[in-house]
Design a protein around this ligand. Structure first.
Ligand SMILES: *[C@@H]1O[C@H](CO)[C@@H](O)[C@H](O)[C@H]1NC(C)=O
Ligand SMILES: *[C@@H]1O[C@H](CO)[C@@H](O)[C@H](O)[C@H]1NC(C)=O
Ligand SMILES: *[C@@H]1O[C@H](CO)[C@@H](O)[C@H](O)[C@H]1NC(C)=O
Ligand SMILES: *[C@@H]1O[C@H](CO)[C@@H](O)[C@H](O)[C@H]1NC(C)=O
Length: 494
């Protein structure tokens, strides 16, 4: 999480051998670490509230409740013709999302909006069983997207009942990444509670066979291919170089020294080393922003381009190639020049939240990833559900249900829904599993050619490319339309 404690992604350890985990690992952290940090100022001023939620919305036996945290900002709210913008919280501390969703703060005045940020159960302060929430599969049993959406629904009805003026107001769901997925699903499942949804970088089709499993890493590769001559080829060749070097007697200590690793490599660590490197390329693709981003480790603008300056010749000797890979990694891990050593058990930073994100990716949120080394710059790895399932069972005591999300949320059969904006950045690997073409007049796609992972939800800056400014204005136009449609219909009622 931007500027916060340096934690590793704890779920990774046992999952580290799962088929193509870099992307998965990256998803866990996507919202939590990788964005430019715009410090909240006096405009970003919220009050914190708690709402008593049922632990189980879908059964009657368990009557336990817990406190869900939510944030409210009402500085610009107008009860006569305003709107409630409702952030459908995702896998982390809700104050972090509030701090980093500058878009909502930026449009609040224009839309006369009440801002609400609702925390996702099992994250941040919203723990159904306190510290025991993470104890075992029995306590984690109520961590599902359906329960989270039901929490949001109950909370909206509560606000409408209790906040004077809220009752006659339209609500719009907004979220990014998994939060964007939730925003879209929320509009589909609870259309009577929200007039529309802005689903930013929401990979609703990254499930099952809705999207070919190789697309994600192909987009990562494309970002590198476009950012420098021979860049992706150099990376593709580097795996063989690492493999060959690790087979020589002096190779392991040499690799340890060359990559400035904290601990000595042995031969079983080579896969982990390569996964750590792959994951770094994935993270870089996600944060390939047009302006310098300063999260835990500051990055230059267009960091992939900077990385690619070191990777222009794939045909040099193995050792020179690997040294160049190290230089490239240094852009990510050591831009400040202050890193002492590289720890391949750590990626960038994670949060407590990612602890249970691993559980979600082992139950409902099954995102198949694969590589073939032809359409992408990675070593070939098939999607192996059986092995994935075994790893999940080992770690969490549960097995995935890969078809469930499609059963509940409709997969590609969602044309009967309405009023959802799907925004995507072409540079974002998650756009591959997103909706990038209009599905109807009211299920619309907004594509940002220069965009990485939900760039549009960030605060606006002076250096925003025109395509980003345009995307935001299209989003606001749709939202205004939904709001005026609401008031047109609402005020007509007797
Ligand atoms: C934040 O909002 C509260 C209540 O609206 C107000 O009293 C306080 O002065 C605000 N703080 C800042 C820094 O704007
Ligand atoms: C959000 O911003 C507030 C105010 O600056 C800060 O106190 C808080 O730690 C931030 N939360 C996170 C999770 O970054
Ligand atoms: C590397 O990271 C792991 C996981 O956080 C940690 O346990 C270990 O102490 C770290 N090693 C070093 C040398 O920093
Ligand atoms: C980071 O950069 C500094 C300064 O160039 C260098 O001394 C240090 O060894 C680098 N750290 C790593 C882990 O490569």
């Amino acid at each position: 999480m931007g500027g916060l404690a340096f934690l590793l992604l704890p779920f990774l350890a046992p999952m580290a051998t799962t088929a193509v985990n870099p992307a998965l690992r990256a998803l866990a952290s996507l919202n939590l670490q990788v964005f430019p940090t715009f410090q909240p100022n006096e405009v970003n001023n919220y009050s914190v509230y708690y709402f008593e939620q049922k632990v189980d919305h879908f059964g009657f036996y368990n009557t336990k409740t817990f406190r869900q945290r939510y944030l409210i900002a009402d500085k610009y709210w107008k009860t006569y013709d305003g709107v409630i913008l409702f952030y459908t919280g995702n896998e982390g501390d809700i104050t972090w999302f509030s701090n980093h969703t500058g878009f909502m703060w930026d449009v609040a005045e224009k839309l006369k909006a009440l801002l609400v940020f609702a925390e996702h159960r099992y994250y941040g302060d919203s723990l159904p069983f306190g510290e025991d929430s993470f104890k075992d599969a029995k306590h984690l049993n109520f961590l599902t997207s359906e329960q989270a959406l039901a929490d949001f629904a109950e909370l909206i009805r509560h606000l409408k009942r209790t906040v004077p003026g809220a009752d006659g107001q339209p609500v719009i769901a907004i979220g990014g990444s998994y939060g964007g997925v939730l925003a879209a699903w929320f509009r589909m499942k609870y259309p009577h509670l929200v007039v529309g949804a802005l689903a930013a970088s929401a990979p609703i089709w990254q499930f099952e066979e809705l999207t070919p499993c190789g697309v994600f890493m192909k987009i990562v590769t494309e970002d590198f291919r476009k950012s420098g001559t021979k860049c992706s080829e150099s990376i593709l060749r580097s795996w063989g170089a690492i493999n060959r070097l690790s087979n020589t007697g002096s190779g392991l200590p040499w690799l340890t020294r060359t990559f400035h690793l904290c601990t000595s490599l042995n031969s079983e660590d080579i896969q982990r080393l390569k996964d750590w490197i792959s994951e770094t390329w994935v993270n870089l693709a996600m944060v390939n922003y047009p302006y310098p981003a300063n999260f835990l480790k500051p990055l230059p603008s267009w960091p992939v381009k900077v990385v690619c300056q070191y990777l222009t010749n794939p045909y040099m000797s193995d050792s020179l190639l690997v040294q160049n890979i190290y230089q490239a990694l240094n852009v990510y891990y050591n831009y400040s020049g202050e890193s002492r050593c590289n720890n391949i058990s750590e990626t960038t930073i994670g949060t407590l939240g990612s602890r249970v994100w691993g559980y979600q990716t082992c139950t409902e949120i099954i995102l198949p990833f694969c590589t073939n080394g032809i359409d992408d710059m990675f070593e070939p790895r098939a999607w192996d559900l059986e092995k994935y399932s075994d790893d999940c069972y080992k770690q969490w005591g549960v097995r995935p249900r890969p078809s469930w999300i499609t059963t509940v949320y409709g997969g590609k059969e969602i044309h009967s829904h309405s009023n959802i904006i799907f925004s995507n950045g072409d540079l974002d690997p998650w756009s591959g599993g997103g909706v990038t073409e209009d599905l109807s007049d009211t299920l619309v796609a907004v594509n940002i050619p220069e965009g990485a992972h939900h760039l549009d939800l960030r605060s606006s800056t002076d250096t925003d490319p025109p395509s980003l400014q345009l995307a935001r204005s299209v989003e606001v136009r749709h939202m205004k339309q939904w709001i005026s449609d609401f008031y047109g219909n609402y005020r007509k009622q007797p």
